[in-house]
Structures are given as structure tokens and as C-alpha cells.
Design a protein around this ligand. Structure first.
Ligand code: GUN
Length: 313
């Protein structure tokens, strides 16, 4: 890989805007046929970060011309009550996509809820049927974040076939489906996790390194092969002066934000690692916007699939 080029930023906002424009046009086409697509987001209880994410999802779907609905059961709601709520959404013809925002209160059984959502309305791609369809190479609705990452690589012209992709993190939401999508794109895939011995050694062999761990700055420059493509899924808030100085010393813009808010957002990569990359996703403004864009794309896809209308691959 070329190690002499200047690192290129993968601009998630720009790519997401492109996708959203396409989705809005498709929503318009469906509307002309008398179909109004709709997304319902269920957010249980109060969770500060979720509230921001959810507001963004609801706002974006409305902006693109969809019916947009937010349901907010209290934190005391039972799994049974949530299953009943989901069952009502499953049979509503004006609801194409159902998303249950996580994290959920500890007493709620997430697995049962994932199974309660009708697979054809499962815009998160978490239902076992959709997980199985992805695994078997016949994907129908894909988890938004990994699908967005593939879309970003594709639209940027970054080839995946034959590359060694290392995915750090094995969550059902990101790590596992990411690995599967990269495999379907003919990458050689390694999944690393908290029990991996010699994480550094694996990461250093990556042509494409995806970090989805949720630990600020854990991927250091020593762990990165010069010229690698770095994809940062982490979204961590750092609050200590020590962390700030370690990661962002000399960054005047971030320092002003840190002084004002007492915290800044950062990913799983130590930002110094980005200097070694051929391409990298910044935090914020990298992977995050793609997740929302793909949720919108999934909702319209679900609207089409449910009505037997054609969809892209
Ligand atoms: N919480 C954080 N990311 C996600 C996501 O992609 N889907 C849902 N449902 N909850 C999340």
C-alpha cells in the first residue's frame, strides 16, 4: 500500500448527504404511487445520549418526507408490555420500519424484543431471520452502521476484495455484521476482541482496520500499519484534562470546546494514528452520519420489500 500519500478524510456528512438525497427521491417516487413510508422509533426511559441520537433519527426521517413517530415508554415498562407495543406496530400498515433504541433498562430482555419485531420491518437488522439471511449471503435488511461503512468504502472507491480487514469488537450491532459484510466483499477477515492475545500484532497487519470497542483512544499509532484505512466506530466522551492533553494537545478548536463543555467526543483511535492512514473516518463526522443515512435507506427498502416492489441488491 502507498505510504507516502497524505491521509484522506472520509467525510461521513458528505456521503450521508448523498445517500439521503437518493432516499428522499425514492420516498417521493413511492409517494407518487400513494405510498407514504413510515418509521417508528421506540425509546425506553431517559438516556441522555439516546435522546440525542433518537431526536436525530426522527428529525431526519421527517425531513426526507417520511411519517416519523417516536414512542417513549417509561423505564419501568416490562418486556411483555414492550412486546405488545411492538405487536401493534407490526400490524400497522403506515409503519414500515420499527427501531427499538438501545441501551434498554437492565430488566428488559433485548433478545425477546429483537425477535418480536416483524422481520420485514426490522430496520436495525437485528432479528435472527435477518441475521441469518446476512450470514447465508442473501441479505435483506442490514444493520445500519456496518452497512454504512461498506457504502462509504464503495462510494469512495476503496477496494475491499483481497484486503486483510481487522474488526476490533464483536458486538451483534457492529462487530459481527461488519465482519460478515467484509467477508462477503471478499476481504480476509480477522475479528479481535477483549480476550485477543497480541491485539497490536493483529491490528498491524490490517489493510482495513475497523475499531468498534467503545474505549477512547485504545488503538494507538503503534498498532496501525502505515497506509491502512482506519474506520472509527467509537463514540466516547472524555472528561479528564489528562486524557485531553494526551489525545488533543495543540488542537486549539477542540481545546475551546473542552473548556466550554468540560468534555469532548472522540473515537476508539488515538487521533495521532490517523496521520499514518491512507483514509480515515473522523469522530465526529465519520461513521455516525452514515448510520442515520442507512436507517433511512433501510426504511424505504422495507417499505418496498413489504409491497413486493423492486429494491437494489
Ligand atoms: N444504539 C446505538 N446504536 C444503535 C443502533 O444502531 N440501533 C439501535 N436500535 N440502538 C442503538
Amino acid at each position: 500500500m502507498d505510504t507516502t500519500t497524505v491521509p484522506q478524510i472520509l467525510d461521513g456528512n458528505a456521503i450521508a448527504a448523498e445517500i439521503k438525497t437518493e432516499v428522499a427521491a425514492d420516498i417521493e417516487r413511492l409517494h407518487a404511487q400513494g405510498i407514504r413510508s413510515g418509521l417508528t422509533v421506540v425509546m425506553v426511559g431517559n438516556h441522555a445520549a439516546s435522546e440525542i441520537y433518537v431526536r436525530n433519527k426522527v428529525k431526519t426521517s421527517a425531513e426526507l418526507g417520511m411519517n416519523s413517530e417516536l414512542v417513549t415508554p417509561p423505564a419501568t415498562v416490562t418486556t411483555g408490555e414492550l412486546q405488545a407495543l411492538v405487536s401493534r406496530l407490526n400490524v400497522r400498515d403506515d409503519v414500515d420500519g420499527i427501531l427499538i433504541q438501545t441501551p434498554l433498562p437492565a430488566h428488559v430482555d433485548k433478545k425477546l424484543l429483537d425477535q418480536a419485531v416483524a422481520p420485514e420491518k426490522d430496520v436495525d437488522g437485528f432479528h435472527p431471520i435477518n441475521v441469518g439471511l446476512l450470514q447465508s449471503g442473501h441479505p435483506r435488511l442490514l444493520p445500519c452502521t456496518p452497512a454504512g461503512i461498506i457504502e462509504m468504502l464503495r462510494r469512495t472507491g476503496i477496494s475491499i476484495a483481497g484486503k486483510h480487514a481487522v474488526v476490533v469488537g464483536r458486538s451483534d450491532i457492529v462487530g459481527k455484521p461488519m465482519a460478515m459484510l467484509l467477508l462477503h466483499e471478499n476481504a480476509t477477515v480477522t475479528i479481535c476482541h477483549s480476550k485477543t492475545k497480541d491485539l497490536e500484532g493483529f491490528c498491524r497487519t490490517a489493510d482495513i482496520l475497523v475499531a468498534a470497542i467503545g474505549k477512547a483512544g485504545i488503538i494507538t499509532p503503534q498498532m496501525v500499519r502505515p497506509g491502512a484505512v482506519l474506520i472509527d466506530v467509537g463514540m466516547n466522551r472524555i472528561t479528564s484534562q489528562e486524557d485531553f492533553a494526551r489525545f488533543f494537545a495543540g488542537d486549539a478548536k477542540r481545546e475551546a470546546a473542552f473548556k466550554k463543555n468540560g468534555s469532548v467526543l472522540m473515537g476508539d483511535f488515538d487521533p495521532h494514528a490517523f496521520a499514518l492512514a491512507s483514509y480515515y473516518t473522523p469522530v465526529p463526522g465519520g461513521v455516525g452520519p452514515l448510520t442515520i443515512a442507512m436507517l433511512m435507506a433501510n426504511t424505504v427498502r422495507a417499505a418496498r420489500l413489504r409491497r413486493g416492489l423492486p429494491v437494489s441488491k
